[in-house]
Design a protein around this ligand. Sequence first.
Ligand code: C2E
Ligand code: CA
Ligand code: CA
Length: 691
Amino acid sequence: MNDFTLNGQQNLILLVDDLATNLHVLVSALKTDFRLKTATSGASALMLMENKAELPKILILDVKMPGMSGIEVLSKMRNDPRLCDIPVILVSADASEKNELDGLNLGADDYLVKPISANTLIVRVQNLIQRNAERSKLRLASYVFNYSGEAIMITDSNNRILDVNSSFCKMTGYDKAQVLCKNPSILSAGRNTKEEYRVMWDTILTEGYWQGEIWDKRRDGTTYPKMLTISVVRDRTGGIEFYLASFVDISRYKDAEKRIKHLAHHDSLTELPNRLHLQVFLEQTMYIAQRKSERLAVMFLDLDRFKNINDTLGHPIGDTLLIQVATRLKRCMRTYDMVARLGGDEFVVVMRGRDVDSAAAKVAAKINQYLSEPFLIGTHTLRVSTSIGIAIYPDNAEKIDDLMKNADTAMYFAKEDGGNTFRFFLADMNKHAYEKLSMENQLYVALERKEFQLYYQLQLDDKGKPLGAEALIRWIHPERGMVSPMMFIPLAEEFGLILQIGHWVLEQACAQIKNWQENELTRHLILAVNVSARQFCLPDFSQEVQQIVLKHGINPALLKLEITESLLLKNIEDIISTMNELRLFGIQFSLDDFGTGYSCLQYLKRLPLNQLKIDKSFINDLATDANDVAIVRTIINMAKNMNLDVIAEGVETEKQRAILLSNGCTHFQGYLFSKPVPIEVFEILLKKLEA
Ligand code: C2E
Ligand code: CA
Ligand code: CA
């Protein structure tokens, strides 16, 4: 009774009788429980009901009235769609009249014979209201059934379809007639397993309810996923009377799900497939390759010096570069090859085919070439190069992880060989890679075991007079012999060990300066020491240097720290302030590998430098490349304008020296004069030069 409340003034009853005394009887019987309106003729009753907002819940209608009789009123109402549902109680003068009325079959809902007892009247009215409320509910239910956006299907206890609504027909493409009495399994797409259906029925029967996703087939054969809800409707004895199933087509949500999956499988920056996607793709492609006796090439790509760009120009530029790299990469590939991004500047390319080695070599060369064309980003023209490692399935490995690892190893070798090239994986590369790993471990104990040694490479002026040296570390490995710092310094940086190593180098270097300082012949020599960015960024780096200098009692002007451009734009203000502190203390600074980074001249002016060191890469081809001559000349002029010394490193030939000299270079270092050598050898060399 919740919606159609009996008490409360909501339920309006219209009483129609031509006699005031009769009306009075009805009113006094009903007034406490209902809201009442009265009319004294059929015509005025109909007029009152013109007001749509005030339609009565029930009409109590006298049969015999002058003018329009109750019968006429009733028949008019039943023919009026607006009024036909209003229950009517006819009130007749005697029982014989009632029989007559039955015969007319006008659709009155109840009859009362005068005289009417108040109690009977109330009970009848209440019953009628209740019945009508239930009817409304059924009407509502049938409305819901017919117009619901959800497809609804009712089946009997044997699971045969009893009824379906119009949404059902729309969604499935079946007419009602085509499905009546059928088992709903005619809808199945056959995609769900027997076991899934079994679990569904178990749940329906034990819980009386089940909800889940099911794949169905439309009449035209197309399949779609639906969200299905099934409830059991039981009769009074608890037996199953119906199953009520409702469902909606969820293809659209599935599409959204697909999009989410796409996101999970794609890198959001470049839109390339990501690591997860690559993994799935490789699994499938390996399987296909196996069956077709084809092979796969997995290529690992890594941009050379990308970190440098990111650090100096900022991440937005780095990101834009990666997007452009991705676009170029896709252009190098056939549609059925895959390009994925693993993260950072690491990309993977997968190719399939019979002659996959030569195809991969061609593609790799193309990629090397394509990516070395300059990139225009904002106002910057950026040059990058790529190192590529290639591993072949099944030749190099049969498992995805091993294949990827081998491609990565090959890439590492491409990088070691100077970058901008590709390397195929070779079996003994793993041995090298393993050695690298074991080297990491040995690096940790190398300091304690005193396996490091400083070598000294002569620096001299334009007249060949010794100015000093650059201290270059060597690792004398017990089994391997001398290991190049190119090999272990990056490792040490990675593991933070560079801090201890750097400290040791400074100690050694200052001890050596002390030694030279004591001797008339060598007291002017300046020793240049390489400082790693990581070491320089330590908050107490300045303190550390000053303490070591003081401890050895040396002239700070004899110590020159070589820093690299990549350090510069990290936290430029901190770096400048550390440099200023050390400069005030008397230490000198040289900017190493100058020209290879991307540092901005604006910043350069603010650095308290003493020297620019032209990178070896500009010296190499000086004799043959006019561009390099121009660059070198520009650097030298710039240094002079900024009041800085300029030194060329990696000078190997007399010709290079001559070109440098004619362009105004004043300081030199390189194999032409001396390789880095142990201190004893260096001192012999000095004596020779003085002589
Ligand atoms: P770098 O500072 O640019 O050092 C110059 C490198 O060029 C040295 O290699 C040197 O042996 C080499 N070189 C000098 N003249 C010539 C030449 O005429 N021709 C050729 N082909 N090469 C020449 P090295 O000693 O192997 O050092 C490599 C790098 O390792 C250094 O590059 C520096 O970045 C790093 N390194 C060396 N010692 C230290 C150190 O004590 N601390 C730190 N943090 N890094 C160091
Ligand atoms: Ca250096
Ligand atoms: Ca250098």
